[in-house]
Each structure stands twice: as C-alpha cells, then as structure tokens.
Design a protein around this ligand. Structure first.
Ligand code: NAD
Length: 448
C-alpha cells in the first residue's frame, strides 16, 4: 500500500486531476442520499408507478405491473415512471419521451425508478426505427445523471419477437422496479424473445436450486452467498484453503457447504465437478466471484503478477465453466454469472493486468452466451464500480473519495448491491437474459 495519507504532492495532483476538479465542483452540494434497499415485507417502491407510452408493450405492461400501486400523472410523488417507447419508429416521435417525462420528472420519491422500454435496435425492421431506438440510450443515461435523491434510470430493450404476454421481461422489471437495484443506474439490458415461467414465489425464486460461489469467504462473495441463500438456494461456498475459517463462517451463516478450492489449481474444475455431481447431482448456478488485484504500472510489472491476475480472474472462470458444462455438473437451464469490473470497461492506471482480465471476462460472456444457449444456460456479468469492501478501504483517501463521488449516486455501493444483481441473473425467470454486462456502479463517470 504505497501512498502515505495526506502527502502534499498527492493532494495537489489530486486537485489538478479530473476527479479532483469534479469533487471541487460538487462541494457544497447536499450529502449523498440514503438509498432504499430491499427488506422482506416492505413495498418494492417508495410510491406509485405511472405508466406511459403507446407501443406494443404498454397494455401487457399494465397487466404485468397490476400488483404495483399505480397512479395518474397528477399525484405528487412517484415511486417509478415506466415508459413504453417501442411505438417510436422515427426520430420525430422521440418527442413522446419529452411529453411524458418533462411534466413529471420533478415529482420523484426518494430512490425512485425511471425505466424506458424499447425495441432491441439490431432487431428493428428499418433504418429509421433503429436510429430512434438507439437514441433511447442517450435519453436514459442523461436522465440518470439528472435525477436526484437516489433515483435511477435504466433502458430495457425487448426483442420484437418476444411474446406479447411479456413473461420473459418480468424478472428484469421486478429487479429494476425494486429496492434491489439501488446502486444500478444508467444501464441498458437486452431481453431476448424467450417466454419465462414465474417462480412460485418472487421472494424465494431459487428454492430447490444449488449454487456455487467462488471467493465466498469474505467481501462481495460472502454477501452473494447470503443473498442466494435468502432467495432459497443451497450454496456451495468455495475459497482458497488459507481462507478456511472465514469460509466456514460464511457457509454456516447461509446453511451451505464449505469447499476448499483454489480456482487456479490444476484439478480445480475436476474437483468441483466431482463434488457437485456426488453431493447434489449437479449445480444450477455458478458465480465466478473469486478475483485478485496485483497492481503495478506496466513498466514496473513482473510476469508473475500478470499471470496470477489473468489466471484467477479470467482463465479459471473459463476453464471451470467449460468443464462443468461438459460433465453435466452445471445442469441444462443453468446460470453462469461472472464478475467483471468497470476497470475492464474504462481501464485503470496500475491495473493493466486486472483491466485485461476483467475486459476478457466481458469477452468470455459475449462469446460463450450463444454456445451455452444450446443447453438453455445463460451467462452474464456484473461489473461493479466502487463497492465498500476491505479492498476499497485500503485505497488512499483522495483516490477513495474520488471513486465514491464520481458517480450519479455520489457514494460507494454496498456488497449487497452486487449480490442482488447476481441473484437477478441467477433467477430461473431470467432465462431470456443472456450475454449481458450490467454495471453496478451508481452510474460511475468512469468508462460511461
Ligand atoms: P476480496 O479480496 O475481499 O475477496 C475475494 C475473495 O476471493 C477472497 O475471499 C479470496 O480468498 C478469494 N480468492 C482469491 N483467489 C482465489 C483463488 N485462486 N481461488 C479461490 N478463491 C480465491 O475482494 P472483493 O472486493 O470482495 O471482490 C470480489 C470480486 O469483485 C472480485 O472478482 C473483484 O475483482 C470484483 N470487484 C470488486 C470491486 C470492489 O469495489 N470491491 C470492484 C469491481 C470488481
């Protein structure tokens, strides 16, 4: 941990940097809003939903959201504004966004949600429609930067081939229109054409499922294990042998199993497959969360640091998934969730090895999704931004503050925010969602 706190050169270079200037500009603004997070039994939203737009989805949307409290655009505080933009087939019709949102956008409750639904641009029927649908991204991302008090904005592209009942998009909407998506903002999620079956209970969607979480001894991985267990899964918690005591704590806490496993060991994939097949007849979910940093600028990097980071963060998830699928230890209809990072999107000084590995994870998800689809297995990645963990607590003060504040939500995320996104991907009802990279970063300015 190189930098000494408060060194004058560090401070002045911080102030002259883009993050420093940004924070200076923010000075005097109110404290970041306390974000509403999921609590069993509490309503998903802090107020009623207003639904607008005039596309192919608006009527099914009303039916789907019928158990939410709805409102007309005259009530004063909205929990969510949902707009069906699939009817927009040319640029001049984008004014419909303005007409719906402009009069009501001031009236959001704390932690409100803005969700726009569009048609996947690559699947539109003509040039004009593709342009207009692609334009929705700039609208939602900009709204995310303007709304205050913990509100978020997202865009959901739905395949035009999706059945009108919209069952395939329900898990996505339930996630976005809830306190579970507290730290996800400015994101675009593409939902495919497949229908889905709603789980018996949306509070326990993983009932009867077996999940593996690597790097589960502490940090984000331990919280992922807790959330998957909360949602009903039996969790096999894996971590390096040296993390044994912490790993047992996690496994005991979630009523799961502890498995000592270095994901880079030569026989890691075989060992995991054998464990899953013998004990459980296979797993339904694997979360490749284990990850390391070994930071040095490229000029000062040695090959061992390079290889270690690529090995844990990228090669291991690829090898393990391949082997589990080949052996049937990840069942048909399974879920693979990888953990990328915004460093894999934006790059980061001192992290050529880490940035490479995390960008590689994005490639892994995108390249593998069509292949795994043959077995109805989905693969998606979460890309965390600044999350409050032991890792980020060790970052020098100024850089840490910059990481926290350089986002629309003006704060760092909690490990549970990453875990909720993982749980959404892991849900059996998310079968129409694959090949997606979703950031959980409070709409960080990095790489946006
Ligand atoms: P952490 O260091 O607190 O936990 C990582 C866990 O992985 C540890 O328990 C560690 O023992 C385990 N692990 C390391 N090498 C392993 C190996 N070879 N085999 C099995 N387990 C191994 O880190 P974290 O902050 O909880 O990060 C979890 C994941 O999230 C990582 O992939 C990380 O790159 C990613 N991430 C974190 C942040 C953040 O802000 N904390 C941001 C972006 C991405």
């Amino acid at each position: 941990m190189a930098a000494s706190k408060g060194a004058p050169d560090l401070y002045s270079s911080f102030l002259s940097s883009a993050p420093g200037a940004f924070i200076a500009k923010q000075a005097g603004l109110p404290q970041p809003e306390h974000l509403r997070r999921y609590k069993a039994g509490e309503p998903p939203l802090a107020g009623p939903i207003v639904i607008g737009g005039a596309g192919r989805l608006v009527e099914p949307l009303r039916a789907l959201l019928s158990d939410y409290v709805t409102a007309q655009p005259h009530d004063d505080r909205y929990g969510a504004l949902v707009f069906d933009a699939t009817g927009i087939s040319q640029v001049t019709e984008l004014v419909g966004l303005f007409e719906f949102f402009q009069p009501v956008i001031r009236n959001l409750a704390p932690s409100a949600r803005v969700v726009v639904l569009g048609t996947t641009p690559e699947e539109t029927s003509g040039v004009d429609e593709q342009i207009a649908q692609r334009a929705l991204e700039g609208f939602t991302r900009s709204v995310g930067k303007e709304v205050k008090r913990g509100a978020t904005a997202q865009l959901v592209y739905v395949s035009p081939k999706a059945a009108t009942g919209l069952s395939g998009v329900e898990s996505t909407l339930r996630f976005l229109l809830s306190a579970k998506s507290a730290f996800v903002s400015g994101q675009v999620i593409r939902v495919g054409a497949a229908d889905s079956v709603a789980p018996a209970s949306w509070d326990k969607p993983l009932e009867g499922k077996v999940a593996v979480v690597t790097g589960a001894a502490r940090g984000i991985g331990a919280t992922i294990a807790e959330v998957l267990s909360r949602d009903g899964a039996h969790v096999v918690c894996a971590d390096i042998p040296a993390a044994g005591a912490e790993l047992s704590d996690t496994a005991n806490k979630v009523g799961g199993t502890a498995l000592a496993l270095d994901v880079t060991a030569e026989d890691a994939a075989e060992k995991l497959a054998a464990h899953l097949l013998e004990r459980h007849g296979g797993a339904d979910i694997i979360v490749h969360n284990a990850g390391i940093t070994r930071d040095k600028t490229l000029a000062n990097m040695d090959e061992a640091r390079w290889n270690m980071v690529i090995g844990v963060n990228l090669l291991a998830p690829q090898k393990i998934t391949d082997h589990l699928v080949a052996k049937g230890a990840l069942k048909e209809g399974g879920r693979v969730v990888d953990v990328s990072s915004i460093a894999g999107i934006a790059g980061n000084r001192g992290q050529t090895n880490y940035g490479t590995s995390k960008a590689g994870v994005i490639g892994l998800v995108q390249a593998t999704a069509p292949v795994l689809a043959e077995k109805q297995i989905t693969i998606n990645a979460v890309a965390p931004g600044f999350i409050e963990t032991a890792m980020t607590a060790a970052i020098p003060f100024a850089t840490r503050e910059a990481g926290r504040r350089m986002s629309s939500l003006l704060q760092g995320g909690q490990t549970v925010d990453v875990a909720e996104l993982v749980a959404y991907f892991a849900s059996p009802a998310s079968n129409a969602v694959t090949g997606q990279i979703v950031r959980v970063c409070g709409q960080s300015l990095l790489g946006a």
